[in-house]
Structure formats: C-alpha cells, structure tokens
Ligand binder design. Structure first.
Ligand SMILES: Nc1nc2c(c(=O)[nH]1)N[C@H]1C(S)=C(S)[C@@H](COP(=O)(O)O)O[C@H]1N2
Ligand SMILES: [Mo]
Length: 209
C-alpha cells in the first residue's frame, strides 16, 4: 500500500506523456521554445498610426483604431500551434478578439462577408483562407501572448491567430482582412505551400491531398 501513490504517479506521468504525444500532428515534433519565423524585417508601426480594416467585396469597409479594438470583448485562448517547418508548441496562451466579434460589428454596418478572405500585413505579407476557417470561434486578432503584449518579432502589436491550420496562416503584423468572392492565394500559397494547410492532414505543399 505504501508505494501505491508512487505507482499511480508514474502511471499518470506516462498517461500524460501519451496524451501530449496524441496532440502532435503527423511529421511534427514538440518544441518548447517559441521560434521566430519571418520572411522579412519586423515592421514597427506605432499604435497611434495602427488600425485594423475589414473590407467587403463591394468595397464597404469598417476600420478600428487600436483604442477602439481594445474596447471590444477580449478572449483568452489556449491552443496548440503547428509550424510547417515541423515544430508544434502545445498550450500556447493568447489574448485577443474573436474574428466573429469584428465580423458581427461590421455586418451591422453593412460590411458583408464572402466565401474567401485575404489577410494582409504591414510589410506586404498576405495569406488566404476560406471564411469558414475564420468563423465560429476558430480565429482571433491576437495582441497578447503569455500574459504580456505580443512581442514585435511574434507579430505585435497584433497578429491573426488561426491555430487549427499551419502557422503561416497566422499573419503577423496583420492590418486587415479583405473578403474575396474567389480564392486568391497569398504569399506562401503562391510559393509552393498548400492552399489550406491542415496539419492533421499534413497539407504542407501544393499538391498534397
Ligand atoms: N507578416 C508575416 N506573418 C507571418 C510570417 C511572415 O513571414 N510574415 N511567417 C509565417 C510563418 S511561416 C510562421 S511559421 C509563423 C511564425 O510565427 P512566429 O514567428 O511567431 O513563430 O508566422 C507566420 N506569419
Ligand atoms: Mo512557418
């Protein structure tokens, strides 16, 4: 009886390790650091000049300043993230605003959604997504990480966070979302990467199933 707790602890430890392993998609490994992957230099847009835009296909727009965005309901988000370079980081903790919140506010002003979007960033980075991959609590504009303002190297002041897809879809330094009637491939998507990028289906490159 005396050593039963020790046996239980060991059992729970193995169960926990197996639990973590089951959260690593095929071809990925667990990373404990937070690597920085940027295709260009880190932009530094002052918050006084920063805004965020939603633009409909017909050109109707809604814009938020930094302060207006901060006044919207915030959410705390804990998710696993998966980079196509094969690292997966478990239980990353973010603070941000659901894309649903922005889309809802914009819809009330006549800014209509469309089947696809292109997210665009300071520095010129773009990435495309079906709107369905942003809607319904699947995507956020994140400005906090680990209880602190998001570091510029990781996309601060704000980045798109779409954790269920490979992390290149999570545009750093995001400034807006353009709705599009048709799919318009973004920066990595025209350079050989998969159009959708589901890590559980290993959709890494153009032509992967
Ligand atoms: N604007 C912008 N966003 C970007 C990138 C980039 O180069 N520019 N790289 C993407 C890629 S390939 C990855 S894996 C993640 C890396 O985010 P991190 O540097 O915070 O780890 O950002 C994505 N978002
Ligand atoms: Mo990446």
């Amino acid at each position: 009886m005396a050593d039963e707790p020790i046996i239980s602890r060991g059992f729970r430890g193995r169960r926990a390790a197996a639990g973590r392993q089951s959260r690593i998609p095929p071809g990925q490994y667990e990373e404990r650091d937070f690597p920085v992957l940027s295709a260009g230099p880190t932009p530094h847009t002052p918050l006084s000049k920063w805004d965020f835009t939603l633009r409909a296909v017909d050109g109707a727009t809604m814009k938020w300043t930094w302060d207006e965005l901060q006044a919207l309901p915030h959410e705390n988000i804990t998710r696993d993230i998966h980079c196509v370079t094969k690292w997966t980081k478990l239980d990353t903790v973010w603070e941000g605003i659901s894309v649903d919140t922005l889309v809802g506010a914009a819809a009330a002003r006549g800014v209509q959604t469309a089947p696809f979007i292109v997210a665009y960033s300071d520095g010129g980075y773009t990435t495309n997504l079906p709107f369905d991959d942003l809607a319904g609590g699947k995507a956020w504009i994140a400005f906090g990480y680990d209880g602190k303002p998001l570091h510029p190297e990781h996309g601060g002041p704000a980045r798109l966070l779409v954790p269920h897809l490979y992390f290149w879809k999570s545009a750093k330094w995001v400034r807006g979302i353009q709705f599009t009637a048709h799919n318009e491939p973004g920066f990595w998507e025209v350079n050989g990467y998969h159009d959708r990028g589901d890590p559980w289906r290993e959709q890494r490159y153009t032509g992967d199933p």
